[in-house]
Design a protein around this ligand. Structure first.
Ligand code: ASP
Ligand code: MG
Length: 414
């Protein structure tokens, strides 16, 4: 007998009919003889509608009250799912975050989970009752209701799986697994059977939206196997777990991309770290994250600096950099919002040479203008003009053999 935590997202509990379907799936796990704890999000776009209500009162509602309001979304879905389970003859009990005692930091709307008390959940499990727990919410040490950030139910599920020592945490959603790249852009994209935590972390960090980065970080840190599967269809989905030694690990497992970046370039800076520091300091002081970064010496013996920020932060970052660059005579500041980042990710890169060569060969064939490059042990990402993104992703997907099952990938003959 195993203990499984299953999480159902908003689209999977968007109507009463869907809630009944979820109840049937949960009942099937019980019939198999496994123990299960269920975590649910608010129904459909309930959280957005609650946010609209709050903003109808005032543009910046008090964060404490906003949390009290948003937490009601999940309270509705846990109660309805528990009713649906009871109606099928499956013993169930709903729990809000405060009832479980999911204790968080006292930071409203983006609290962090500090501790989960498991005694009530364990008592329910011992009595053969399915606990149905509200995702996304908790309570601080003073008893205030908190929420942990949009999309946070995935993280609640993983945190519960860790606290309960569950055998697996299953994220059931509207896609049937993690794909080699976004199938809406590349129809040849394939579902991956397994992926290492490390690869999923890179993919999530580089723009794959299947899982929340924080939830993967949590699962990796505590080594809880994570499975992404469809809440509607049966199928194994994608298992994300600790890397096993695979002899034939594919060089590239997946390609992630995002259009959320913007590039800022400053030319003709003195060739010294202090100048770079003085330019970047106001940007980080404004809590703006810098992603890719490159320094290049130019013909005048001076340095050009180029870096990327999130597109939402771009106007502000550009303003701050313009102001900071004013002290460097002869420097120029320019920016470009129409850029996109793509990243090829794979643990197989560690033991294979020539990944960058193949990447640039494919990008060259597309005539891509590569602006910035950044690498880690298992990733190469490049910044390119946004209009070239789709063609480049498609070209790379084929170039790295991702459109064919791994067994049939031709190995280069030495
Ligand atoms: N209902 C919350 C949201 O919409 C949490 C979640 O869905 O995970 O952000
Ligand atoms: Mg969600």
């Amino acid at each position: 007998m195993s203990l499984i935590v299953q999480k159902y997202g908003g689209t999977s509990v968007g109507s009463l009919e869907l809630i009944q379907r979820v109840a049937a799936r949960v009942a099937a796990v019980r019939e198999r003889g496994d123990d299960i704890v269920v975590v649910v999000s608010a129904m459909g776009d309930a959280t957005d509608r609650l946010l609209d209500l709050a903003r109808g009162i005032c543009p910046e509602p008090a964060p404490r009250e906003l949390d009290a309001l948003l937490a009601t979304g999940e309270q509705v879905s846990v109660a309805l799912l528990a009713m649906a389970l009871e109606a099928r003859g499956v013993k169930a009990r709903s729990f809000t975050g405060a009832q479980v005692r999911i204790v968080t930091s006292p930071v409203h709307t983006r609290a962090r989970i500090h501790r989960i008390e498991t005694d009530r959940l364990r008592a329910a499990l011992r009595e053969g009752i399915v606990p149905v727990v509200a995702g996304f919410q908790g309570v601080d040490a003073d008893g205030n209701i908190t929420t942990i950030g949009r999309g946070g139910s995935d993280t609640t599920a993983v945190a519960l799986a860790v606290a309960l020592g569950a055998d697996e945490c299953q994220i059931l959603t509207d896609v049937d697994g993690v794909y080699t790249t976004d199938p809406r852009m590349v129809p040849e994209a394939r579902r991956l059977d397994r992926l290492s935590f490390e690869e999923m972390l890179e993919l999530a960090g580089q723009g794959s939206r299947v899982l929340h980065l924080r939830c993967v970080e949590f699962a990796a840190k505590y080594n809880v196997p994570l499975r992404v599967a469809s809440s509607f269809a049966t199928g194994p989905g994608t298992l994300i777990c600790k890397e096993e030694r695979r002899v034939e690990a594919p060089v590239v497992s997946g390609i992630a991309f995002n259009r959320d970046e913007a590039q800022i370039t400053v030319t003709n800076l003195p060739n010294e770290p202090l100048a770079i520091h003085r330019l970047l300091e106001p940007v980080s002081a404004a809590s703006i994250e810098i992603d890719m970064i490159a320094l290049t010496g130019n013909r005048e013996g001076l340095t050009d600096l180029s870096f990327t920020v999130h597109r939402d932060d771009y106007p502000k970052a550009l303003r701050l950099v313009r102001a900071a660059a004013a002290v460097f005579e002869g420097s120029t500041v320019s920016g470009d919002e129409r850029v996109a980042k793509l990243a090829v990710v794979g643990v197989g890169m560690r033991s294979h040479a020539g990944v960058a060569t193949r990447l640039f060969e494919a990008l060259a064939a597309e005539g891509a203008a590569v602006r910035l490059v950044s690498t880690s042990e298992i990733k190469i990402s490049v910044l390119i003009p946004e209009e070239q993104l789709e063609a480049c992703v498609k070209r790379l997907h084929a170039a790295f053999g991702l459109d064919r099952p791994p067994e049939s990938v031709a190995l280069p003959i030495p």
